[in-house]
Ligand binder design. Sequence first.
Ligand code: CO
Length: 136
Amino acid sequence: MITALDHIAIAVPDLEAAIKRFMDDFGIEFEGKEDVESAKTSTAFFQIPGTSIELVHPLRGEGPVAKYLEKKGGGIHHLCFRSDDIDADVERLRAKGYQFLTDAPYPGAHDCRVIFIHPKSCDGVLIELNEMPEGH
Ligand code: CO
């Protein structure tokens, strides 16, 4: 079951400048940076009541976010819904005809298990599902 809007992700061409903007100009609480090998991204998270903002930037200049930035220069990249049972949600949505970018969930940021629904299945919006690790 989907239980929350976990985060909204923004693809940024200059991660340090974007971190400064969110921290200094917007005054949003900086939670930290994390390189996510599975997604080939450098990410920065900001806490805001009820959800968070994830800034995504290509790790080593490669991967899907690099292609996104080449095409669009930056922008809202994906939404992430938190799931309390990601395997059940994937199975339920697959049965309804939703397409996913991978066959199964895999490790993402914050040790969550994540999977992306293909934008074709959601009116052009890339949607991530994540499940918190045990004990969170
Ligand atoms: Co995300």
